[in-house]
Design a protein around this ligand. Structure first.
Ligand code: 3HC
Length: 382
């Protein structure tokens, strides 16, 4: 089996869809960006223009190059027309299995035989989605990170029936768009990065409740003592509470061990406090544009984030113990997908492996088996 990719169709023009369309066009592909309403597409094209403008401002592109890239992206509402001649469809519609079912039924009947399906799902089972189509051998997960324009990682997740040639094609496509693929060997809840990121958001709220720390103290500690580029509440607001909430439900329903849900996420979602995109989430924002929270080393000194280190390390350990990825790929994924400036296990060593394990055991005694330390951590040598 051999395919080449020339034309891409991206389904869904939200945060991820417009970014994937842009990076594909930046790599020279002709891209069709499809959404169900023209107004969504207009907003997406505005965001692409803003992002290209930023890259011009930072002299990463010339204005002439930016104009050419923009011209390679065609926004289209009509599905049949959008899928015409597509070598690869990248589906980036909201994370709801019922919606995905509807979309894949429509796409399967309108797409050409040659088209490979790639889903940008962050948490839904690839095998289950592939089974909605007549081409499970040519269906693969390719999970980009927000913002796709700046984050170099893409997780590649084969389903049970994905042909190895399809996985290869996906890896190759990702390299061509200037990103770095990491293979997620098993179709597990949250894949690699979200298995660490999403539970950490919940844990941060528990830390706020249980330790009486403020959000900026916790976030500053995450930034300056755990080497994250953003605080965890800040990152949740940046990602969007709709995304976090849906990912939580999906991940928890697939595997209750992965996450200890805090009700605050659902509450923010129900109140439509979705984060930066709605002007309010954990923090308040001036508008819906990119905005950062002021985090300082002084605030960081007021909170010891060992519980967050422990929960992140425990989920990381689970991934390694269960052969989803090895330690090297895990660290690569965290560096490229979440911008960690230091390896997670180097941070664990700084806090002390024994102390991290003891923290988990204390949490397990008080709050249950979610915190039970993974054997990989128990056997980890300082
Ligand atoms: N395109 C172009 N430029 C952009 C941009 C975009 N989409 N978004 C932001 N920028 C610009 C900013 O405007 C800023 O420009 P300025 O200097 O003119 O103000 C510049 O990039 C850099 O921003 P910052 O000064 O705020 O600097 P940082 O060094 O912190 O970089 C970041 C920003 C890359 C977002 C970094 O903070 C980071 O890596 N954050 C973590 C993001 C992360 O973890 N993403 C993964 C979330 S999980 C996920 O996506 C999975 C999903 O399934 C849930």
């Amino acid at each position: 089996m051999s395919f080449t990719v020339n034309k891409i169709t991206v389904l869904g023009s939200g945060i991820m869809g417009h970014g994937i369309a842009q990076v594909s066009a930046m790599a020279g592909y002709n891209v069709t960006l499809r959404d169900i309403e023209q107004s969504f597409l207009d907003k997406a094209m505005d965001k692409i223009k803003w992002s290209l403008g930023k890259l011009v401002e930072k002299q990463k592109l010339s204005q002439a190059e930016a104009d050419k890239i923009f011209a390679r992206i065609t926004p289209i509402v009509d599905l049949k027309q959008a899928l015409k001649d597509a070598d690869m469809v990248v589906e980036a519609v909201p994370e709801d299995m019922n919606l995905k079912k509807k979309v894949y039924a429509e796409v399967e009947s309108a797409a050409e035989q040659k088209t490979v399906f790639a889903s940008n799902t962050s948490t839904l089972p690839i095998t289950e989605m592939a089974a909605l189509t007549n081409r499970p051998d040519r269906f693969v997960g390719i999970h980009f990170f927000n913002p796709p324009q700046l984050m170099p990682l893409v997780e590649v997740i084969p389903g049970n029936k994905t042909n190895p040639a399809t996985t290869e094609l996906a890896m190759d496509f990702i390299k061509k768009v200037g990103k770095q693929p990491v293979l997620c060997r098993k179709d597990v809840a949250g894949f690699i990065v979200n298995r660490i990121f999403i539970p950490l958001v919940h844990e941060a709220v528990f830390c706020k409740d249980r330790d009486g720390a403020t959000m900026t103290q916790i976030d500053s500690a995450v930034k300056f003592r755990m080497s994250f580029p953003m605080g965890i509440f800040e990152l949740a607001d940046y990602t969007g509470m709709d995304v976090i909430h849906k990912a939580t439900i999906e991940m928890h329903s697939r595997d209750a061990k992965v996450i200890n849900p805090h009700p605050a996420i659902k509450q923010l979602f129900d109140e439509k406090n979705l984060g930066q995109k709605s002007g309010k989430g954990f923090y308040e924002y001036k508008g819906d544009k990119y905005e950062r929270i002021n985090l300082t080393e002084q605030e960081a000194a007021k909170y010891n984030p060992i519980k967050l280190v422990a929960v992140a390390a425990n989920n990381a350990a689970w991934l390694i113990s269960n052969n989803v990825c090895d330690k090297e790929d895990l660290e690569k994924a965290l560096k490229l997908g979440m911008g960690l400036k230091k390896e997670l296990f180097a941070t664990v060593q700084e806090f002390g492996v024994k102390e991290v394990v003891k923290t988990l055991q204390d949490l397990e005694a008080k709050h249950g088996s979610f915190y039970a330390p993974d054997p990989y951590l128990l056997n980890y040598k300082q």
